[in-house]
Structure formats: C-alpha cells, structure tokens
Design a protein around this ligand. Structure first.
Ligand code: C5P
Length: 244
C-alpha cells in the first residue's frame, strides 16, 4: 500500500514539556497523523504521550537510538514492541546489535530503523573514532548492514537517500530529517533539503521539527509541507512506504 502525502510527514515533538507537546498535537488536529517522540520528551512523560497518541489513532515514531549489548537491546525492543508504535530507532553500528533488535521485535509490527552516522559528526570526528571512511561511505556501509540484518529502513539525510535507495531496493524505508521549505531558515541543520527533493531522492517519510513546531501557524505550516510532498509524489516514481 502506498502511503498518502499526510502519512509521509512525521512531526518531531522536540519540546521540553509534555503539556507543550499535547497542545501542539491538539493545534495540528487532523492535519498531522504521525509524530516523533525523542529522548528529550522521553524523560518528561514521553511514553505516556506515546500511548495517548496511539489512543487518538496517531502513529508514533519512538526515536530512542538504542545501543547496548545484544541481549539488552533485544529485551528493550521486545518491551517497546508492546507499545504498538510504528517506528523505533536503533544505532546501526554492528550486525550483532542489529540482529538482536530484529530478534527482540519478533512478530510485532514495530518497524526498526537504523541510525547510521549522526549528522553532526564530521570526517574528523570519525577519524578520531578510528574510521577512515568518509561519512557518506560509512552511512552506506551501515545502511547495507541494517538491510542485511533484516531492518526495515534507516534514518538518512536527503543527500544520502538516492545512494541508499540504489543499494537497498524499493522496499527499504528511508526516513529523512533536516527538511526545510525553499527559502526557510536552516536552524542548526548543516545539510538541509526541501520536502520535494527528499521525496524525489527516495525518502519514504520526512521528519520536520522546528519549521512546524515553532511556526506562527503550525497547522498552516504542516499543510504546506503536505502540499509539497503531494506535488513531489505526483511527479516522482516514489517507492511505496510499506503497509501501515
Ligand atoms: O527541527 P528540525 O526539523 O531540524 O528537527 C529534525 C528532527 O530530526 C529532530 O528531532 C532531530 O533530532 C532529528 N534528526 C536530525 N538529524 C538526524 C537524525 C535525527 O535532525 N541525523
């Protein structure tokens, strides 16, 4: 089943309090159907919010970026699977951790997305860690590992989406943050892409935070992003986003 333009927009609830997040969800109403809850909100009641969002029929992306020994990751994923969320992130550094996450998911519906290389890491940062690969090459290597382990997809910038799509085929999910409207501010994002370009490069979903959460009119901003996604879908031969 191909996801609609609305399904492809994920709004990142990056805010310090659960009250602020609930207010934003109420303001966005039926315009937005998919939310990302990250580490900031996790420690301020984010899991309760995730349950509430599920009760409201919204889909939830839990951006937990798990990384630990295989046994611990496996058990953590098994517990997250009980929450009936749509996406969960795991750091995709090695095949052992990735396979443990897949084992922990079992037959649950949660889709596992690998975080490849955090976008704030430069080639110098990677060298300090002992990797001589350029960030884009390490992203691709890790995307291939995630694919081999049975992951459903990766988080990747728009710039990396086309190479990952070419290497992994049409069914692997590419979820892309760092999205800005043409002419919009970039905030602290180094490498931004418009929603149209990200979709046309192969992204299945885009993650948008501040351009919506801090807009004067968040609902109008979300509608504008959905409009751009819809236009790109009409033009592009975009792979289906998998069943939801
Ligand atoms: O506010 P903005 O649209 O830049 O937020 C993007 C969201 O995507 C944030 O939640 C951020 O943590 C997340 N993200 C990102 N870059 C990555 C992975 C996640 O910007 N590589």
């Amino acid at each position: 089943m191909t996801a609609s333009a609305q399904d492809r927009l994920i709004v990142a609830l990056d805010m310090p309090t659960i009250e602020g997040a609930r207010q934003l969800v109420a303001t966005l109403g039926n315009t937005v159907s998919f939310y990302k809850v990250g580490l900031e909100l996790l420690f301020a009641g984010g899991l309760d919010l995730a349950r509430d969002l599920r009760r409201q029929g919204k889909r939830v992306f839990l951006d937990m970026k798990l990384l630990d020994i295989g046994n611990t990751v496996e058990r953590a994923v098994a517990n997250v699977a009980e929450l009936d969320v749509t996406f969960l992130t795991v750091h995709g550094h090695d095949l052992k951790t990735l396979r443990a996450a897949v084992a922990g998911r079992g037959s649950a519906n949660v889709k596992l997305l690998a975080v490849t290389v955090l976008t704030n890491l430069s080639a110098d940062d990677l060298r300090q860690q002992g990797s001589s690969l350029a960030p884009a090459d390490l992203v691709l290597r890790r995307a291939e590992l995630a694919y081999a382990a049975g992951f459903d997809g990766v988080i990747a910038s728009g710039q990396e989406a086309a190479r990952i799509r070419a290497a992994t085929g049409p069914k692997f999910l590419i979820v892309t943050p760092g999205i800005r409207l043409p002419g919009g501010t970039t905030d602290d994002q180094e490498r931004v892409m418009t929603p149209d370009h990200a979709i046309m490069a192969g992204a299945n979903h885009i993650v948008v935070g501040r351009p919506i959460t801090q807009a004067d009119d968040p609902k109008l901003a979300a509608e504008t992003f959905i409009h751009h996604i819809r236009e790109a879908l009409a033009k592009a031969d975009v792979p289906p986003s998998g069943p939801h």
